[in-house]
Design a protein around this ligand. Structure first.
Ligand SMILES: [Zn+2]
Length: 268
């Protein structure tokens, strides 16, 4: 979970000087961050931005399989000897080891906006709607209009007849909703995943639902799922069998879980 990864990185590294910085990525091979102080790590959508005191930012993305693990700097695992390791950032006490990161680059902090400018509002941001979000230290990454939900709905309204599941997954409309919470929020609202985005009159409801479910999962430390990953099992609400399908077009299609009993065509 990305928010937790950011929190772990902050706890280990924020405010500390790096005694070791090893970036195993072709385009960052010559970059040396040793000696820099880490200002903090912020999630935005599915991206992680780690800022340093020299005006640079490490931009990473976990994609499907990436993770950060924190180990004591004295531990032999801090060497990051595995071929899966893409980054090692260590201070005197703790070392963050990045496994199978899906993206990594070092950019001037001032260009974060250009890097992420295509993204929609972050569904977990404090300004997304009236309920307080996960607090962030420091300046916002993007200066999108607030509340974010208005901007997300404006972007939603430009999606035409695309299936609602595809629109929820589209980070340019709203950032931070992946396959788990697309499935879960559609199920929670009883929406047919292939309903046309422009036929839906209450898109704000599913966005608020996704936000609420994500917030609960951040608080609990893990997602509670009713349909995601449960293909073939019985729906707890109606008894039908949860089904797995695809949304989107190859090669970028994504897995979708839904209940054909609760999520019926024609609704909403
Ligand atoms: Zn059902």
């Amino acid at each position: 979970m990305l928010r937790r990864a950011a929190a772990y990185l902050d706890r280990a590294l924020a405010g500390h000087r790096l005694v070791r910085a090893d970036l195993r990525w072709p385009t960052a091979a010559g970059v040396d961050l040793t000696g820099r102080t880490v200002l903090g790590t912020r999630p935005y959508g599915k991206h992680l931005l780690t800022r340093f005191d020299d005006g640079r930012t490490l931009h990473t993305h976990l994609r499907m399989d990436g993770s950060w693990r924190i180990v004591p700097t004295t531990d032999r695992r801090s060497a990051g000897r595995s071929p899966q390791v893409r980054a090692v950032l260590g201070d005197e006490r703790w070392t963050a080891v990045g496994y199978l990161l899906g993206m990594l680059d070092v950019v001037p902090t001032s260009t974060e906006r250009a890097l992420l400018g295509h993204l929609g509002p972050d569904v977990l941001d404090g300004d997304f709607d009236a309920t307080p979000g996960v607090p962030w230290a420091g300046p916002p990454v993007l200066d999108l209009p607030t509340p974010g939900i208005d901007e997300a709905l404006r972007r939603w309204s430009a999606q035409g007849a695309r299936p609602v599941a595809e629109v929820l997954l589209d980070q340019r409309v709203v950032a931070g909703i992946g396959t788990i919470f697309t499935a879960e929020s559609l199920f929670a609202r009883g929406w047919w995943p292939w309903a046309a985005a422009d036929a839906v009159t209450d898109a704000d409801e599913v966005l608020r639902e996704a936000r609420a479910l994500l917030r609960a999962s951040v608080a609990a430390g893990r997602p509670a799922t009713a349909v995601y990953g449960r293909a073939g099992r019985t729906c707890t609400r109606c008894g039908a069998r949860v089904t797995r399908g695809d949304v989107g077009t190859p090669p970028t299609q994504r897995q979708l879980y839904w209940c054909p009993g609760c999520q019926v065509r024609g609704r909403p």
